[in-house]
Design a protein around this ligand. Structure first.
Ligand SMILES: *[C@@H]1O[C@H](CO)[C@@H](O)[C@H](O)[C@H]1NC(C)=O
Ligand SMILES: *[C@@H]1O[C@H](CO)[C@@H](O)[C@H](O)[C@H]1NC(C)=O
Length: 692
């Protein structure tokens, strides 16, 4: 079914030689020259900037970078790759490489390689798609080692109401000796500009579907893909993005489900993805060298590559989060942010070589790009170089006397800087930059390359509930080296653990994930069982497993890995999806009815859900606690194993408990759709503190 994987890393010297011999191509070179001879004039204005650049030592061995100005386009080429951009719109309309005239689909010019944004006027709430066509083109730099071009559009309140009220600057960079190019965007609004909600922003590439047939997201997630026509001929499932392939051109894909959300990825696991063309063996890769410009922190999920063949870099979106991640501006709030650069990397191997080496090589390039961050060649003054940034180091420790008398090291803690706010606010923070790292086993961390600014320091520790926030603001200035010393996180804790369900790590991954309906498979996740949760339609397995009686979990008897369904969803009853009530049964030695107990309830996701808690009495009138209507992260439908994190501390008076067998009833009250519900992260019942 899938192409066999073989990872072969070539030595860097070998790689360079291979790049050189495979990247340059006489046919391609000829094509460029021909194009140049046919077209002449150019409407591009060059700004006179005197920039000296440190070249790579080996740059000289490559042909110089050239910029060719044509009537309504510019061509940047370096002997390895040639990129054609429309002028002044700034769309990527051609990428010539490895003897292929254009890696992009011969779509309309504005539908090949482009930036776009989805936005709303707050009054109308209608989604408007703006492809952000530039109106002005400037050459920022042009010499033998580098070309950087800028396409801008200035907001004009009297102009098109379909234009997002932002100043846009889209940049493209080609370096000497580089098999690929960079793009970044600077979005700006000035004080007093109209209210706006930004829903999503991204850069998109649509590749030639006759060439690119094999997609790779990670070592485990790669496969031969269906075509857009296969999807059109297929049968749409519960929502249009999911299609059952009934008559695909490649017969071994028949009977599979395709859904672009099956290829989503957490920000901190999405450094490189893309496509392989088997003949001539060519790779097209989106490399994200750093996630400082992505919104909502390291575990925000988003789309990657999918049928098209489409390659995305999602800079911000509401995916797996909902409205709380719309970037809203009111009362004339000003803003400016640099998204990117990301690198579009191209590679090739000779025809008798294994095309999967392209994936291994792309991963190698991804590491090189990450090590080169912040880039020293990006010329916007809004992009600080390394010496203009700062760093913070320290150690995170955890204090939970019910687990250990002494401090516990913050093993693998996520530690990050984001805009000042409450603990945990980073997960919906989407206007600024965020800088994250993971601490080592001993809890030591260093966050490097932080842009100047005023931040809060946040953390969370896998294995512990809740969110940490350092009490002081962190002020970064160029060259700052801040040492915060030992930080001690006291996670929520009231008394001793009586019982717990799951692991507090903000996903539902540890719970029971059913096998998919065999008629609705994505073969990829049948092979890779660890990602079974990405299969389509798992929500409906609940009704099959619990056709009449809802889930009952008996503490001390049942095991959360096999007996706790990964999502608290609705049940199909007749034609209706109805609310469900799960029951936790447990024994308690109640010694003092006047004592207070604590139910710690952490959710990994919520979608149009209301979770109600009742203690020892399932009657509607015995409602003890409700989350009220929460969440729109859609992570159940989108096969995410988590969305946003929710944490509730629910005090339970001993008077509601009995000495002996007790039941806690968890009711998700909102029916009507299969994907309404919650995913639990972790539940813990704590007894009264010994001295209370
Ligand atoms: C940092 O931000 C906080 C919260 O907005 C503010 O109270 C504080 O004064 C700021 N510090 C500096 C030095 O700007
Ligand atoms: C609770 O039940 C246990 C036996 O299960 C009994 O030994 C104990 O005395 C009871 N405690 C109270 C306060 O009734």
């Amino acid at each position: 079914m899938m192409m066999r994987k073989k990872v072969v890393m070539s030595s860097s010297q070998h790689k360079r030689r291979r790049q050189w011999s495979s990247c340059s191509c006489l046919v391609g070179w000829f094509g460029i020259m021909l194009q140049l001879m046919l077209l002449t004039e150019c409407a591009v204005i060059t700004t006179n900037q005197n920039i000296t650049k440190k070249g790579n030592n080996d740059q000289e061995s490559y042909p110089p970078v050239r910029l060719h100005r044509l009537r309504n386009r510019v061509v940047m080429e370096n002997g390895l790759v040639s990129i054609t951009l429309s002028v002044p719109a700034g769309e990527v309309i051609g990428i010539q490489y490895n003897g292929i005239q254009n890696l992009l689909e011969a779509n309309k010019l504005d539908n090949r390689g482009y930036w776009d944004i989805v936005w709303q006027h707050p009054e109308s709430r209608e989604n408007i798609i703006d492809k952000m066509e530039g109106t002005n083109c400037r050459v920022i730099m042009e010499d033998e080692s580098q070309v950087e071009i800028s396409f801008t559009r200035t907001f004009d309140d009297s102009a098109d109401k379909r234009h997002v009220p932002l100043n846009i600057d889209k940049r493209f960079i080609l370096l000497r000796g580089s098999c690929g190019f960079y793009s970044y965007g600077i979005f700006e609004r000035l004080e007093g500009w109209p209210d706006v909600d930004l829903i999503q922003g991204r850069i998109v590439f649509k590749l030639d579907e006759k060439l690119f047939t094999y997609m790779a997201i990670s070592d485990e997630r790669q496969r031969i893909m269906p075509t857009p026509e296969d999807r059109e001929k297929g049968q749409p499932l519960a929502y249009p993005e999911a299609v059952l392939l009934t008559d695909p051109s490649n017969s071994f894909l028949r009977g599979e489900v395709d859904d672009k959300y099956q290829y989503s990825c957490d920000n901190n696991k999405c450094w490189v993805h893309g496509w392989i063309c088997p003949n001539p063996a060519t790779g097209f890769w989106m490399i994200t060298p750093n996630i400082e410009f992505k919104t909502a922190g390291p575990v925000k999920q988003d789309l990657t590559s999918h049928v098209g063949p489409t390659v995305l870099s999602m800079f911000f979106s509401t995916h797996y989060a909902g409205e709380s991640l719309e970037i809203s501006f009111r009362n004339g709030e000003p803003w400016k942010k640099v998204f990117g650069p990301v690198m579009i990397y191209l590679n090739s191997v000779s025809q008798d070589d294994d095309p999967l080496k392209l994936w291994a090589d792309a991963k190698g390039q991804m590491l090189l790009e990450g090590e080169s961050w912040p880039y020293d060649f990006v010329l916007s003054e809004d992009y600080p170089f390394a010496h203009q940034r700062g760093r913070v180091g320290g150690r995170l420790l955890v204090q939970d006397s019910y687990i250990s008398e002494s401090l516990i090291t913050g093993n693998s803690a996520y530690v990050g800087l984001a805009a000042p706010g409450e603990a945990g606010s980073w997960q919906t923070e989407n206007k600024g930059y965020q800088f994250w790292t993971q601490a080592d086993e001993e809890g030591y961390f260093v966050i490097k390359n932080i842009r100047p600014g005023n931040y809060s320091l946040y953390a969370w520790v896998p294995g512990f509930l809740g969110d940490y926030k350092y009490e002081n603001y962190i002020i970064i200035t160029p060259g700052s080296r801040i040492v915060v010393g030992n930080l001690v996180y006291q996670p929520p804790r009231y008394g001793p653990t009586l019982w717990e369900i799951g692991i507090p790590e903000r996903t539902a991954l540890e719970f029971f994930i059913p096998d998919p309906n065999p008629k609705l498979l994505n073969q990829l996740y049948s092979v890779d069982q660890a990602q079974k949760y990405r299969q389509y339609g798992l929500w409906d397995r609940y009704t099959e497993l619990y056709p009449t009686q809802d889930l009952v979990f008996t503490v001390g008897v049942d095991n959360y890995q096999t007996d706790w369904f990964f999502a608290h969803v609705t049940r199909l009853s007749g034609n209706h999806y109805v609310p469900t009530t799960w029951t936790i049964v447990f024994d308690l030695q109640l010694t003092d009815a006047s004592a207070i107990y604590m139910l710690q309830l952490a959710l990994a996701s919520a979608c149009e859900a209301e979770l109600q808690v009742r203690i020892n009495n399932p009657d509607p009138g015995a409602l003890y606690f409700t989350t009220n209507l929460i969440g729109k992260d859609n992570s159940i439908a989108r096969h995410g194993i988590h969305g946003l994190y929710w944490l509730y501390y629910i005090q339970v008076p001993g008077t509601l408990l009995t000495n002996g067998t007790n039941s806690i009833f968890l009711t998700q009250t909102r029916g009507g759709l299969p994907w309404r519900g919650v995913m639990y992260d972790y539940i813990r019942l704590e007894g009264p503190p010994p001295n209370s």
